[in-house]
Design a protein around this ligand. Structure first.
Ligand code: 5AD
Ligand code: SF4
Length: 486
């Protein structure tokens, strides 16, 4: 018989304020048969969406490799393809459904191939039912709460050739010590928490990722120290809302405290994302300002510059409060870069309300921004509002917004021309082997010509040109050569 366990929308909404998420150490313990299942077979994982999904994708790869599978770049060679999905906007979902459709030709040629789907899409009750009903090629489905069930589910699929669908809506647990294959050897994502309790009215994440669960600071620190020992130069602390770190635990460690502890490990570069402007306290700002290894870059989602819309969005700050926070950050953290997220076309947004967002952009002059047209997500409060604004009008607003955002990102990038910056080298340009690329402390992408740069090293680059989305430069060696070059 097929094994189905589908999510439940009502449960996904439920929160228990006194809940302490169980910590599960060593959640993936493979049986002898599971360890051999993938020997001589290939896997491919396609990850969509945010960094939390990227990190989950690394864990999925880690589990598959423990099962004996080998990574293959080519879909045609894969014996299992897993789509690790995102549900934040309809476009993201449509893309995945299109890919499932296109995998049918591979499956026809290789019927024993397993197609699996996981991540945020199957966490939604309707979507999970839809996939089960319309996409028989999907034999394996699991959710964000049970990645560690992958070996058992996959073994069942392979041995019985029955669909194994297991997605549950739970308050959630914390998993430690999961295997993983990290994307890079010099920079790493470190989850500090999962889930979100903010319930912004447009957002599906609190329903797909469950109640906020923070990892114990000791476990986070252990991971960071290990990464440092392994030679990692940069870590990014991940959470849907890092400022709220620790509020669900009795350990007396806030995000500011955590930043301090992580900074004390001496790892070269620390980043974090995402910050919610609400409860971004001054102590956090001070610690970022004081510590050289905490990078001067803050992603501070605005969403809207209009107070009525912010209220409808349930963002819990006003445009004035946002500006005050923005000013404090700019004032205290030297050379800080700030990026943002903005949604246009929230239901019934008027031209006037939209112009408040434009005014805010003129005020903040962001270094970088991600802008989106509102997408109704089933089950969220905003999706129930009847909307009078046409999609065409929303797209026009997005274009107008992007023009201003682009103007300021270029302006900010131009300011770096002539300066020497530190760059953590990521790799070679895809089109030109004489060019390498990497990021500055302010998270600016730099393409540069080099003489002896290595992937994973932190080197100096003199910026020659600032463009809208990146900087160009040339490697320099301050201190070693004469000052003219500097
Ligand atoms: N429609 C459009 N954009 C959204 N975001 C989240 N939910 C929606 C939605 N329903 C955007 C927000 C968030 C970013 C990750 O995605 O700007 O900060
Ligand atoms: Fe979504 Fe708001 Fe939580 Fe961010 S803080 S994940 S936008 S609900």
């Amino acid at each position: 018989m097929n094994e189905y366990r589908l999510p439940n929308a009502k449960q996904a909404r439920f929160r228990n304020k006194t809940y302490q998420a169980p910590i599960i150490y060593d959640a993936v313990k493979l049986t002898d048969s599971q360890k051999k299942l993938g020997v001589n077979l290939n896997y491919h994982v396609i990850t969509y969406g945010c960094q939390a999904n990227v990190r989950d994708g690394e864990v999925i790869s880690g589990i598959l490799e423990q099962m004996g599978y080998t990574f293959s770049d080519a879909l045609s060679k894969a014996d299992i393809i897993i789509l690790n999905t995102c549900a934040i906007r309809e476009n993201a979902e449509k893309r995945v459904l299109g890919v499932i459709g296109s995998l049918q030709s591979y499956k026809r040629k290789k019927p024993e191939m397993v197609v699996g789907i996981c991540g945020c899409m199957p966490q939604q009750e309707q979507m999970a039912q839809n996939i089960v009903a319309k996409y028989p090629i999907v034999e394996l489905m699991f959710g964000t709460h049970n990645i560690s069930s992958l070996p058992t589910l996959l073994e069942n699929v392979l041995t019985t050739r029955k669909r194994n669908i297991e997605v549950f809506s739970a308050l959630g647990s914390i998993y430690e010590d999961l295997p993983s294959v990290r994307q890079f050897r010099h920079k790493a994502f470190v989850n500090i928490m999962d889930g979100c309790d903010k319930f912004c009215s447009y957002c599906i994440v609190p329903y797909t990722r469950g109640q906020q669960r923070s990892r114990r600071w000791e476990d986070i620190l252990k991971e960071v120290k290990r990464l440092k020992e392994e030679g990692y130069q940069e870590i990014t602390l991940l959470g849907q809302n890092v400022n709220a770190y620790g509020k669900d635990l009795d350990q007396g460690c806030t995000f500011a405290d955590l930043l301090e502890k992580v900074s004390d490990t001496g790892i070269r570069r620390i980043r974090f994302t995402t910050s919610h402007p609400w409860d971004f306290d001054d102590r956090m700002i001070d610690i970022i300002a004081q510590r050289d290894n905490i990078m001067p870059f803050i992603h501070l989602p605005l969403q809207s510059g209009n107070d009525e819309i912010l209220k409808l969005m349930n963002r819990r700050y006003t445009s004035k409060q946002y500006k005050e926070l923005f000013d404090r950050i700019k004032e205290k953290i030297k050379d800080v870069a700030i990026s943002t997220d903005i949604i246009v076309g929230f239901p019934n947004e008027t031209e006037e309300q939209f112009s408040d967002t434009l005014k805010m952009v003129e005020y903040c002059q962001y270094d970088n921004a991600y802008s989106f047209v509102f997408s109704a997500r089933e089950g969220t409060p905003a999706a129930r509002i009847e909307d009078s604004v046409s999609l065409e009008e929303k797209k026009r607003r997005l274009q107008r917004l992007n023009e201003r955002l682009g103007y300021y990102s270029k302006l900010n990038n131009k300011k770096w021309e002539g300066q020497v910056v530190e760059v953590l080298v990521d790799g070679f340009s895809k089109t030109n082997p004489e060019i390498m690329s990497g990021y500055t402390p302010q998270q600016k992408l730099v393409n540069f010509s080099y003489d002896n740069a290595q992937i994973g090293a932190i080197i100096y680059v003199k910026i020659t040109q600032g463009m809208k989305n990146s900087l160009n430069g040339v490697q320099v060696h301050p201190g070693k050569e004469n000052h003219e070059q500097y």
